[in-house]
Design a protein around this ligand. Sequence first.
Ligand code: SF4
Length: 381
Amino acid sequence: MICTEMRERLEIKNFQYHSSESSILSDKWHGKPYYSLNAYLKNTYGKRIKKISINGGFTCPNRDGTLDTRGCIFCSAGGSGDFAIPWTSMPGAGNAAPHFFDTSQQTCIPMKPESSIVHSVDKLDKVKKAKQNTDETIDPYIAYFQAYTCTYAPVPYLNRLYRHALDNPAVMGISIATRPDCLPEDVLSLLSRLKENYPGKFIWVELGLQTIHEQTARYIRRGYPSGCFSHGVKQLHQQNIPVIAHVILGLPGENKDMMLQTIDYINSLPVAGIKLQLLHVLKGTDLAKNYHTGEFSVLSMDDYLTILIACICRLSPDIVIHRLTGDGPKELLIAPLWSRDKKRVLNGLHKRMELENAYQGKNYKIQKGTISHEPRTPNPI
Ligand code: SF4
């Protein structure tokens, strides 16, 4: 049951919610106690839209030696995009030869079949089936450039890649995962041009923050200060590009209060969406080495749900929640193993939120000095 207090909170900043309590639940959040991505997509486009993860052949400054060669401490060899398919396998992509951008050679070179990062047989089957059909019969989808840092290449390469996706009639829009220190002027100008050239499609940018605590950021080898994140958010917002922030819950050395401080920081910025990701320990990472030496322990499911609910309650009610758990590939996952059963986690979350009368924004506080921003998701098409 949504209380009057929440309605008042929703109305504080003219978030464009309906005014009656029941309509907030039934129309806006579709019965969930938070504003999910599915609810946002249904509200905006009238239906759920699948996301297909794409490997655009990128690398990352944290891996190619520019900042580091080891990557973030938790990052798998697949560049946090282990389910991503090569970009030329996108449904409706035609017969373009797969290429990737080689930073050492600063050029595009053909992608070897064995370098394609494909772990999901299911997904490939779907892609194959879709390719046998005409474009008209392919379900619309979001092309999600996920693996590595998907703005980290020369602009002509990015231009070709993004247009390849946006030209595809089955693609409703693109979502680009990147780092805030990889948004130079020419990349921002490209995104702005693409927005103009494809007025019927959307462009989202997913920016890694993980935490606002600099000590943790150093431990995970993030490679940029939190101020760089806020700068990136503001630049993208100025261009009317919705930003989705990535946050990791359960990082070594962080307690619940510290994680809530990260949520407060997100609330204070013009961020349109958030991914709340449980820390996964994956095989082959330095985090796994530290885990095996007993340097830290992972969260139990119960503890995770307690923290997650606190974060959802603290989150501004107009921020769309894109993720509540995580997608660690089963064959790489070391811990926590309970996270493999996503359905159980989500059922547990919904049950506890109902019991605790918890809902997004319940404990949201408008911070002093908060930037004025409205709306967070600019001009949905
Ligand atoms: S920035 Fe992303 S791709 Fe690069 S090392 Fe970190 S998690 Fe991996």
